[in-house]
Design a protein. Structure first.
Length: 481
């Protein structure tokens, strides 16, 4: 019940939360060099770059990529995280990771070569089907990444991350070598080879793996971070030395539950408070529904109320990366190349500006003296953004229908993608049919003059850092199955 580290391994940015004690507030690690998130300074670029200078190759990672500049001989890898999850499935667990080819290599194999490879490993029927799924997966790696080993990139990135954070942790009284560490994965990444491989990589990179729930589903960690706001409180029953999380103390004082209690005071026999948490990132849309009993605050992960799960989650492979691809597909070839070049820029702030201008504000953006998104082209792009927003809303609706929820009191929207007004409006509009009372939305979206009804400003720390701090919670020291 002491210290804990949690790595929110994101496609665009990685955030790291820490807990210094079982009764201390969890917070994200920050550093002034991380100027990517409007003053929070907690977003660490999930970037790797291969640099070729004077015939010699070396690698640079994370925020250090800013120092090399965008010049000839620099290849930036921005979307390498998804390669861990392409084709991941339980049957692959029986195959040594070192013998599974990289995704790009699998795509190049002919049918006869694939069959010969599988015969050489003596694979069973399920393992063969899993490898065929890997070969036929829809997610393509980035250009220039075809000859690279994702595991090797991940290993070097997490070694760099550990070295980068060591001094920051030391100043906080945390010894990285001795502190248990968790990592967050999409829900579809749990209980698969992706989980096994990433835990193996972290261990090899020098992180101490948490003995209890070393890998947490992103939607669950995000929800716990949102509702606890990083609070860790323990209590000890009489006549025992054991300590347990104090759920009323951890969850009962946040603004959402206080507002809900006030609303429910006049309602006869209405004690359950249902909150939907939606997080849209670079790679995934993560959804969680949490049901709080307002008379007795607790969240049993396996519990139900009137047949409905009190904590249900889902991750879908749709994020800002997918939106970029959709927008590029309607543009002329020369502008597609310009966007590809921008997405290879070592400075993530340029990519953030591109997304902010084009998707959040609906304004044109200059790349190499050319204007992207002007006049009719801008209208076409906004139509793509609108369709993307409704696609996200459809995933949310399918999740609600699957679990047969009929009432949603509040929605909390986190992640950089929820700054897009059309995404926010599509999801909030959908939830009006479920008796929605409040929508807590990202700060950037809340700056609009004509904010839709029921929308309220969400704390910036929760927009970006909820998953990182949530994964450190003492809640998971006793729960998580």
């Amino acid at each position: 019940m002491g210290q804990m580290i949690n790595i929110d391994f994101g496609n665009s940015y990685t955030k790291v939360g820490v807990r210094t004690d079982g009764n201390e507030l969890s917070t994200p690690l920050s550093d002034n060099v991380l100027e990517f998130d409007d003053g929070l300074n907690i977003c660490i670029p999930t970037l790797a770059a291969r640099v070729l200078r004077k015939g010699k190759e070396h690698w640079v990672y994370g925020s250090e990529i800013l120092e090399i500049g965008n010049s000839q001989g620099v290849e930036v890898l921005r979307n390498w995280k998804p390669n861990f999850f392409n084709g991941s499935s339980t049957p692959l667990k029986g195959i040594p990771q070192a013998k599974i080819p990289a995704f790009a290599t699998m795509k190049k194999l002919s049918e006869s070569e694939l069959q010969h490879f599988m015969d050489s490993l003596n694979l069973n029927e399920k393992q063969r089907a899993a490898l065929e799924d890997l070969k036929n997966g829809e997610d393509e790696p980035d250009p220039g990444q075809t000859d690279l080993d994702t595991k090797e990139i991940g290993l070097k990135y997490f070694r760099w991350l550990r070295a980068f954070l060591e001094g920051i942790c030391t100043r906080r009284g945390i010894d990285l070598r001795k502190t248990p560490t968790r990592i967050n994965l999409p829900s579809f990444g749990a209980k698969t080879t992706a989980e096994d491989l990433l835990i193996e990589i972290l261990s090899e990179a020098g992180w101490k793996i948490a003995p209890n729930h070393p890998a947490l589903p992103e939607p669950v960690a995000n929800a716990i971070g949102v509702f606890s706001e990083g609070r860790n409180i323990l209590w000890r029953p009489k006549r025992t030395e054991d300590q347990f999380p104090d759920y009323p103390g951890m969850f009962g004082t946040n603004e959402f539950i206080k507002a809900a209690r006030k609303r429910f005071e006049s309602r006869y026999n209405q004690r359950m408070y249902w909150v939907l948490v939606v997080d849209l990132g670079g790679y995934t849309l993560d959804i969680a529904m949490v049901g709080f009993d307002l008379e007795e605050i607790d969240i049993p992960l396996n519990g139900k109320y009137q047949g409905k799960q009190r904590l249900a989650t889902l991750s879908e492979k749709i994020g800002i990366r997918a939106l970029d691809d959709k927008v590029k597909s309607i543009l002329p070839e020369e502008k597609q190349k310009l966007i590809d070049e921008l997405l290879q820029d070592p400075d993530p702030r340029r990519v953030e500006a591109f997304h902010r201008f084009l998707y959040q504000r609906g304004r044109p953006f200059h790349i190499s003296r050319q204007l992207i998104g002007q006049k009719e082209e801008g209208e076409a792009i906004q139509e793509v953004v609108s369709n993307f927003a409704h696609e996200c809303a459809k995933h949310v609706e399918d999740f609600i229908t699957m679990h047969q929820y009929t009432r949603i009191d509040d929605v909390v929207m986190t992640g950089g993608g929820c700054n897009i007004p059309q995404v926010r409006d599509a999801i909030v509009g959908l939830l009006q049919g479920y008796r929605l009372k409040n929508a807590y939305v990202p700060a950037l979206a809340a700056e609009e003059k004509n904010l839709p009804p029921k929308c309220q400003r969400l704390k910036p720390l929760l927009v970006r850092g909820a998953t990182a701090i949530g994964g450190t919670s003492v809640f998971f020291d006793y729960n998580g199955e």
